[in-house]
Design a protein. Structure first.
Ligand code: ADP
Ligand code: MG
Length: 245
């Protein structure tokens, strides 16, 4: 089935000094696709996410979002960047703002929405992530799982075309992981385009359209989850899976 591409990386190379951190990366994420990225620590997964959002520059190659080349800088970049939301391992909420303010702030400052309109949208999204009754609380009054769900609501508030998740459950206590994965599954079912770096193989098996396995800055495998987990082709992937499964 041919899907309309939303995120396209062509022959992308990035260096940190001598370190060739992304090597000849070719990756297409179609509209509505969920791509799980896995691989050993240091393989370039976070760099890949930041590159897609142009939080990092690259030395060569092309990155397109919905057919448009990502601008290098300026207002056009700022606008495009808001079209891809990002959710990090460390929730990055504003500690001195309420949950509602956390979700509304960028809508007002970046999207130019009126406060009432932003707050209305925030309440809808908080309802969607199961936190409607927590709008007036501060982040420190919430569990890690709840804070991460606020971070997801905040990302959704910008009406992004795609969401990038960089190990969204890695900082959570085990009993809170599922409530976050559940919200992510629901988004996937609703057709959100998602790139998810995670060690949660259950999520990869059940929610991903494709698994991308990275090692040493390269994409080593890019396959359907069932194929990947049952018949990993590369030695690197077999070795990785034997350590985590
Ligand atoms: P992963 O997310 O897969 O663990 P990263 O993308 O964080 O990997 O890092 C890939 C490699 O790039 C690692 O060797 C890491 O040490 C290095 N690296 C990451 N960020 C920087 C940076 N800002 N400056 C220099 N090296 C970096
Ligand atoms: Mg990382």
């Amino acid at each position: 089935m041919a899907v309309d591409p939303l995120i396209e990386l062509r022959d992308v190379n990035k260096y940190y000094g001598e370190l060739h951190v992304l090597q000849d990366i070719d990756l297409t994420v179609g509209k509505g696709e969920v791509v799980v990225v896995i691989g050993p620590s240091g393989s370039g997964k976070s760099t890949l996410c930041r590159t897609i959002n142009r939080l990092e520059t690259v030395q060569s190659g092309e990155i397109r979002l919905d057919g448009q080349p990502l601008p290098q800088e300026g207002k056009a970049l700022a606008r495009l960047r808001t079209e891809v939301g990002m959710v990090f391992q460390s929730f990055n909420l504003f500690a001195h703002k309420t949950v509602l303010q956390n979700v509304s702030l960028a809508q007002i400052k970046v999207r130019g929405r009126k406060k009432d309109e932003a707050d209305k949208r925030s309440r809808e999204l908080l309802e969607r992530v199961g936190l409607a009754t927590h709008a007036g609380k501060y982040p420190a009054q919430l569990s890690g799982g709840q804070q991460q769900r606020v971070a997801i609501a905040r990302a959704l508030a910008m009406d992004p075309k795609a969401l990038l998740f960089d190990e969204p459950t890695s900082a959570l206590d085990p009993e809170m992981i599922n409530e976050v994965l559940e919200v992510m599954r629901q988004l996937a079912n609703e057709g959100m385009t998602m790139v998810v770096v995670t060690h949660e193989m259950g999520f990869a098996r059940s929610a991903a359209n494709r698994v991308v396995f990275m090692a040493d800055g390269r994409i080593v495998e890019d396959r359907a989850p069932e194929d990947f987990f049952t018949h990993p082709e590369s030695e690197r992937a077999r070795d990785f899976l034997s350590k985590i499964l």
